[in-house]
Design a protein around this ligand. Structure first.
Ligand code: ARG
Length: 403
């Protein structure tokens, strides 16, 4: 229960129902000062209004920070260099944002001499794990207060009742029949009407993609240029990481790319239905793999591929700040040193089709792939190559025959 002697708490605040109630509840329960931290990671909310709201809800001070470039450069880029994807479908939009928010909270707590940090995630999800593993990794001594695991509210209805009683301003978006988490990489939807995995999401739920049916009848071409495995230019124009991702989102979203509807395994052992819109990330990953296909050594690629599930699991589970993640990232980055080049894509009604790839560092040699006899690749060598590789297969069969 409520530990006393807490003076000041830094709360990761979004302005939604849960964090609003958390803000007011922390003040009331602990009698402490609450600093609301609002991270702008591209959730597309009017931030000054959020600031007023936090102050009206009782925050002593509000920090608003534009973390969009840092989010894309330091979190999304490393993950996409590794082609990270969880359970074959989820591009980890929420999982990548949590460690950044946690890191800034810990830094603000230090500057403000706060003794605790807090978040509004529930006791059933992944986000609590991601926040708290990050807090503890970055500051082993920080106190962590988790309202959702302490208070007695059992439902959204009781949260809303409390909010009304306390005069906390509520916005209409809080009536949405599902929970939304949005940033520059994706929009995620879960809970509410989506909890039945047989129920198709309503079309008006989606925020940054059109359905393939509503996409233009005309395709669009685009070129993405990569250096060291990172995208640096779109259609020949150099762009900053956040700029590039938002441009990709616009084009790909307009053409119906990047919707995913899945049931995923949460770290806490629950299966959960999630619906995602990741338009830019989806075409980015396809383009990246196209450039890798001509610039990456075969065995390096195969070893790297075998590590993707493990690497992605670390992100999903919340181990961004861990020694095993540091090791994995070194391996992933080392595999990208030759990944320079451009992919050409065609987007059409929910499809992203690779139509070209080129690189000054290409390992693809036309003269090796063609059927002309040449010096480097001698057809006759293939005979011995196959015969030696077949040796153990022959021995197996001979043994079976003899038995
Ligand atoms: N299921 C996804 C994940 O675990 C998205 C979570 C979205 N979070 C939220 N509070 N709505 O990463």
């Amino acid at each position: 229960m409520a530990e006393k002697g807490i003076n000041k708490v830094v709360l990761a605040y979004s302005g939604g129902l849960d964090t609003s109630v958390a803000l007011s509840w922390l003040r009331e329960t602990y009698g402490c000062k609450v600093i609301a931290f609002i991270a702008d990671i591209g959730q597309n909310e009017p931030l000054d209004r959020l600031k007023d709201k936090a102050l009206a809800t009782g925050a002593q001070k509000v920090y608003i920070e534009d973390l969009r470039e840092e989010f894309v450069r330091e979190y999304v880029f490393p993950a996409f260099r590794a082609n990270a994807i969880y359970e074959g479908n989820y591009l980890l939009g929420t999982a990548l944002a949590r460690p950044l928010i946690a890191k800034r909270q810990i830094e603000i707590a230090k500057r403000e001499k706060a003794d605790a940090v807090s978040h509004g995630a529930t006791g059933k999800g992944n986000d609590q794990v991601r926040f708290e593993l990050s807090y503890m990794a970055l500051n082993p001594d920080i106190k962590i207060i988790v309202p959702w695991r302490e208070w007695n509210f059992k439902s959204r209805t009781s949260l809303i009742k409390y909010a009304k009683k306390k005069g906390i301003p509520l916005s209409v978006t809080q009536d949405k029949p599902y929970s939304i988490d949005r940033n520059l990489l994706h929009v995620s939807f879960e809970g509410g009407i989506l909890e039945n995995p047989w129920t198709e999401p309503p079309e008006d739920m989606f925020k940054i993609t059109v359905s393939p049916e509503d996409a233009p009848d005309k395709s669009v071409y685009m070129e993405i240029k990569f250096e060291n495995g990172d995208p640096v230019a779109l259609n020949g124009r150099k762009m900053s990481p956040a700029e590039l991702l938002s441009s990709l989102n616009k084009i790909a979203g307009r053409h119906g790319l990047g919707r995913v509807d899945m049931v995923e395994n949460r770290y806490v052992g629950i299966k959960s239905r999630g619906v995602y819109e990741t338009p830019g990330g989806t075409v980015w990953r396809i383009a990246h793999k196209a450039v890798e296909s001509i610039t990456m050594d075969r065995e390096v690629m195969h070893i790297r591929d075998s590590l993707i599930p493990k690497y992605s699991e670390l992100i999903y589970y919340g181990y961004w700040f861990s020694p095993e993640m540091q090791l994995m990232q070194k391996i992933m980055d080392e595999a990208q040193v030759n990944v320079w080049g451009t992919a050409r894509l065609k987007l059409y009604k929910g499809n992203c089709i690779v139509v070209g790839r080129r690189s000054h560092r290409s390992l693809y040699h036309r003269d090796l792939a063609t059927f002309e006899e040449d010096e480097v690749y001698r057809h006759k060598d293939a005979e011995g190559f196959i015969r030696l590789n077949a040796l153990r297969l022959k021995i197996q069969t001979k043994l079976k025959e003899a038995m």
